[in-house]
Design a protein around this ligand. Sequence first.
Ligand code: SF4
Length: 966
Amino acid sequence: MNQTAVLHRKPATERPEIKHTTCYMCACRCGIRVHMRDGEVRYIDGNPNHPLNNGVICAKGASGIMKQYSPARLTKPLLRKPGSERGAGEFEEISWDDAFSLLTERLAKIRATDPKKFALFTGRDQMQALTGLFARQFGTPNYAAHGGFCSVNMAAGMIYTIGGSFWEFGGPDLDRAKLFVMIGTAEDHHSNPMKIAISKFKRSGGKFISINPVRTGYSAIADEWIPIKPGTDGALMLAIIHELIEQGLYDRDFLVRYSNAGQLVSQDADADDFGLFVEDEASDPVNPMYPQNKLWWDRFSDGPVATHAEGADPYLLGRFTLPDGRKVAPSFQLLKERVASNTPEWAEGITGIPAETIRRLAHEMGVTARDQKIELPIAWTDSWGKEHKTVTGNPVAFHAMRGLAAHSNGFQTIRALAILMSILGTIDRPGGFRHKAPFPRAIPPSAKPPNSPAAVKPNTPLGGMPLGWPANPDDLFVDDDGNPVRLDKGFSWEAPLSVHGLMHNAITNAWRGDPYPIDTLLLFMANMAWNSTMNTSEVRKMLNDKREDGEYKIPFLVVCDAFQSETTAFADLVLPDTTYLERHDVMSMLDRPISEFDGPIDSVRIPVMEPKGECKPFQEVLIELASRLKFPAFVTPEGHRKYKNYPEFIVNYETEPGSGIGFLAGWRGAGGDKPMKGEPNPRQWEMYAKNNCVFHYALPPSYRYMRNWNQGYMEWAQRMRIRRFADPILIHIYSDVLQGFRLAAQGKRAGKQPPQHLRARVEKYFDPLPFYYEPLESQAADNVEYPLNAVTQRPMAMYHSWDSQNAWLRQIHAHNYLFVNPLLARSKGIGDGDWIWVESMWGKVRCMCRYSEAVEPGTVWTWNAIGKASGAWRLDADANESQKGFLLNHLISEELPPLPDGRRLSNSDPVTGQAAWYDVRVSIRKADAGEPEQSWPQFDPLPAAPTTSRIKRAWQAYRAGRGEFK
Ligand code: SF4
């Protein structure tokens, strides 16, 4: 840092001013106060009146000022210089008008001929309701956001089981829990709210257990750390379920009434309905999409009865024969049989956790749930009309995220976790797991992806939202031969429940032309040439690779970002985005709001300053393009533009004309007096601005619990269009949805069939009951040569690649190490701080070793996204981030080893397409004496993009808005 810089103070000309908006230094969306003077940011702190963070701010949030004034800011649209190579980062400036004309002309041609040749993939943005709408109106199926490579297993595994999930959609009720078990979570999801909740929980005497290969962040303050081998959490969950059933420590009453545990499953192996719930054909299914005419075996009459029949009580265990001779069993019996061999001793050999610990863990969960029950004096009525005087809680709470999700066995692992939470009786109950609006949703939610190539037509919106929730094989987006329609092969037999798409395969598939080549790829906020991609070095080559005719294999690449990243260097057209302090934004009920347990909450960002240079929010870019391309939702029937800009779009857009439902739920109605639903209010933004940028609808207490089966809540949610139906949402202990796919794979179901090469795979992994299997990469790798698991996690002080360029946060981490248990390191002759090679079956990296006792010895790990390409993000070519920092991504492949016939399958969960980041197997060895003390691989330094700034070293250390170091 240049200590000799001189401060030239300008006199203050304006009074200090405080503006409120919402943080976006990570995805938590805390409320912030931005302290301004002379139009410049002086500092940022937490908004004490915000429901999410109550004034708390983290290191990232407070460092937003350094993102705002980052030298890496792009400030004008840029076009790759004619004749220059992609990746060289040579650009010339163009005007927005030229950029829009160029894009409109290109996209109009694609839309008029073959809309799927345009693909839009976005990173960790928070506007998927808008980007999804844009893709749908364009008519392309090729749209997804980062979820598929982040934690889609968590969303899908939970939602296909309990109708809700963690983080934005639900979480642990730590105000009332007595035992809190956190599994596979770093400190980057739900960051400040989780810290506040854990702090209160611990002060009130709760016990916090962390199960994680690495003890950092939240785990560091756990009362007990249980290290586990990565990718084996499913075995642990199954063993705990085994123990709870063996000990009788499950909540029978809860399971009977609120899950499908008592429903009878067809058990005639030769019958076409084998493994499906038996339906009483003579009874009304009530809702054919979610039929309710299932059967129990009643203990009193010793015969089949309709589920929830008054006075009946079903057996959960046993096997029975229906009067017509069909063999049946309650699904709980099948679960019991499934986990019969999943003993703690069995799990010990897989997870590395002693059987005694597993047994103790199960017992502690079971007795806490059973013996420390909570009764809240809140009367409510369930979906079958039964009135309850109280709400009961079993105070065991869980939280889990990417550590479970980012494995190729993550979906079934998370199904097992959701079932564990359910048999403890903790779903939407005090002290357990609580939903957040718009969840719970039906299992699966009723929105479906398109299911035929005919859904893609020139100059026509797509026949359905690009992403949805398949309920059976006929919902898959495949052609008559079972081939994928989407570029990423989402919703195909390769990954049938890929509800967030497979962004990690988009570039490889487009490059290979499998299933087809595309013309234009638009990336927003996704660093796909670096840390947001697997197989980074090869993907960079693919972006640069040309066809025989000299054209790039991906002919046109558009990148919208606020900063000069590694990916912008590959763009043909760069569109400069704004920062979060310069734009309007919504955290919408149509997308990912910030709801709390007690009711829906949505929030906004309101610009606190003008965009820098010619930066334009991506939202405005989409509105402009949609209007120029005359998408039906964006123009009048006469073809005139409907919305002047994004704020006007947000206020006036309704899901259907007159629906009263829009992006924002607060202050609707002409006068702003209607919550949740009402006609557009021209002053809606003003009202959010006056209310801390937040709208909070507090549900009456009787609607706040048991929402899967709460009649009052369901009817309210249906009126507010949060739910399509008011039916009860029974927990899927047993998944007949999965069994439907398995029957198709077995050729026992009419309708869509998997192609031959995927039949066995679908049959195996679409198991209606959770099971453990070794991650797919471990199955394929030489586990003797590569004996270690390697994982990454985000540091508390940085989020994705945005923050490792932040002048303040770089003082916390400027490069990363590989953290290795000293026992392991010493056994390899590696000293603390030594340069080492880390190798997988896919590649190798050179980096520095750091001893750490806080990692189990079979695992090595590092912080994600600190390593940078030389010169990217406007850092010096010899900055620590590129010279000492490294990316584990070079060791991870986006595809599994080739099948015997040469086909390649995604390195993903075979159910959901979740990227299997944490499956990689590695070995480590000390670098040879004399090797450069520099991370490897290295790339040619990127030149500074035009319109980025000179690095002003001194003011990065201190800037107060009143002056500037020169
Ligand atoms: S937790 Fe995330 S949203 Fe909250 S202050 Fe920190 S960076 Fe901002």
